[in-house]
Design a protein around this ligand. Structure first.
Ligand code: ATP
Length: 234
């Protein structure tokens, strides 16, 4: 379980998050929604320590993440997939995955590679291809697969649907839903594509100008015309 309370964060004099609090339940998807500039990316960056919180608490299990150095977070089971699908284009698909699975002993557990290939058969089919030939959707699968190589307990995913065809988005979201159900992974999913995110989320948090304005079960928000129109534009 991930619990934020009273989290504020800034870029210089510009405050991007104001007193943010919510709980992302274990083994579920929590969707973080909101307009451009609402603070969604900053929220993920604050959870993973890339942006230092000015105040407040971010607890993951029994750990206070605001007092944990960023390098130690993978060891605690936290994986962050930023926006932008940053694969290493000169390396093969399998090499990219192996980089994600390197442990302290510099070894990759073969069963992790098998698990990722079973989730993304396309990555197995193209394991020897260099990553630069992959489409946007395939790169998105590769960055998620690379994060899963470390056997995370908490996956922070920033805008995985950005720029992808609806069919590919549906495929990726189906897979995320399955992952959570099968592996008990906790996911915080930042999305502009609220409709798709709500279809797999258990809870939904909406940010507006850096503040939480909605924190509800996802199906409640999906059915609430007033809230949807006010904050999600559909
Ligand atoms: P988007 O969907 O466009 O990525 P977002 O909801 O993820 O938006 P953030 O990127 O977290 O929003 O931005 C929140 C606020 O912080 C915005 O006002 C933005 O202009 C500001 N901001 C973001 N990154 C920086 C930065 N590196 N330096 C200064 N201000 C920033």
């Amino acid at each position: 379980m991930l619990t934020l309370s009273g989290v504020s964060a800034s870029y210089g004099a510009v405050r991007a998050l104001h007193d943010v609090g919510f709980t992302a339940p274990e083994g579920k998807v929590t969707a973080v929604l909101g307009a451009n500039g609402a603070g969604k990316t900053t929220l993920l960056r604050t959870i993973s320590g890339l942006v230092r919180a000015d105040s407040g608490s971010v607890r993951f299990g029994d750990r206070e993440l605001t007092r944990t150095s960023t390098e130690r977070l993978p060891g605690l089971g936290l994986a962050h997939v930023p926006e932008g699908r940053g694969v290493i284009t000169e390396l093969t698909v399998e090499e990219n995955l192996r980089l994600g699975g390197l442990g302290r002993d510099n070894r990759v557990r073969p069963e992790r590679l098998d698990r990722v290939f079973s989730l993304f058969p396309m990555l197995e089919e193209r394991r020897g291809a260099t990553a630069h030939v992959l489409s946007g959707g395939e790169r998105q699968m590769l960055v998620i697969g690379r994060a899963l190589m470390a056997s995370p307990a908490l996956l922070l995913l920033d805008e995985p649907s950005l720029g992808l065809a609806p069919r590919v988005v549906a495929q990726i979201f189906d897979l995320l839903g399955g992952l959570v159900a099968d592996d008990g992974l906790t996911v915080v999913l930042v999305e502009q594509n609220a409709r798709s995110a709500l279809s797999i989320a258990h809870r939904a948090v909406v940010l507006s100008l850096g503040r939480v304005v909605v924190d509800e079960p996802a199906d409640v928000l999906a059915r609430d015309d007033q809230l949807r129109h006010a904050y999600l534009g559909f």
